[in-house]
Design a protein around this ligand. Structure first.
Ligand code: CDP
Length: 206
């Protein structure tokens, strides 16, 4: 069984994908981490994230980089949404994601284009969404917990600019697949969102 979980930043897609994977005993790939690693590598190389050649070169990042906690920062997330708009970067990461999706027994992947491009044949596609305000508030709480000193306004601004870049790019823009089930988590707590997602998978597989 292949489960595709897509959605914008701080929608809860990562938490939901991880919980689905644990519940059904499937491996999970956070595809955003790959783009974050490319972003981090461009910076380490002293390259320009807006330059397709620099970003393409950074797609050959070393595997150890994936474990670096700095990849989770919002500044790396912003650069990730710049490098991820280059077709050459997406092409270089495609095979790895498709191999992961097609492994025997299946897999859960989360990202922006899993249901539309990486695994259009996925058995279950969930598009996780939430209002900008709810997502900004969640991200703000997360960052405060990590001890980062940021204002809610700034987070909301960054989130809107990342949404605009991810939705507006020419290649693999963020959008729900036609056959995806939309899960709006605006008014849902973590456990409730997970329970609904698991129900969606069970209903699809019945
Ligand atoms: O965790 P969050 O939703 O904030 O971000 P992420 O999933 O780690 O993704 C970081 C950035 O990578 C996104 O803003 C996208 O630009 C890009 N990305 C993408 O283009 N395609 C994917 N399948 C996953 C991420």
């Amino acid at each position: 069984m292949i489960v595709a979980v897509d959605g914008p930043t701080a929608s809860g897609k990562g938490t939901i994908a991880k919980a689905i994977a644990a519940h059904f005993g499937l491996p999970h790939l956070d595809s955003g981490l790959l783009y974050r690693a490319v972003a981090r590598q461009v910076v380490l190389d002293g390259g320009d994230p807006g330059d397709p050649a620099d970003a393409g070169k950074a797609a050959a990042f070393p595997e150890e980089l994936l474990a670096d906690p700095i990849l989770r920062s919002e500044s790396v997330g912003q650069i990730a949404s710049v490098v991820s708009a280059h077709p050459e970067v997406r092409a270089l990461l495609l095979r790895r994601q498709q191999d992961f999706a097609r492994q025997p027994g299946g897999a859960v992947l989360d990202g922006r284009d899993i249901g539309t491009v990486i695994a259009p044949d996925a058995d279950v596609k969930i598009f996780v969404t939430a209002s900008v305000e709810a997502r900004a508030h969640r991200r703000w709480l997360e960052m405060r917990e990590r001890g980062e000193d940021v204002t809610l306004d700034r987070i909301e601004g960054e989130l809107r600019s990342r949404d605009a870049r991810d939705q507006g790019r020419a290649i693999s823009p963020l959008r729900a697949a036609d056959d995806a089930v939309t899960l709006d988590t605006t008014a849902l707590g973590r456990d409730e969102a997970i329970a609904q997602a698991i129900r969606i998978v069970e209903e699809k597989m019945r």
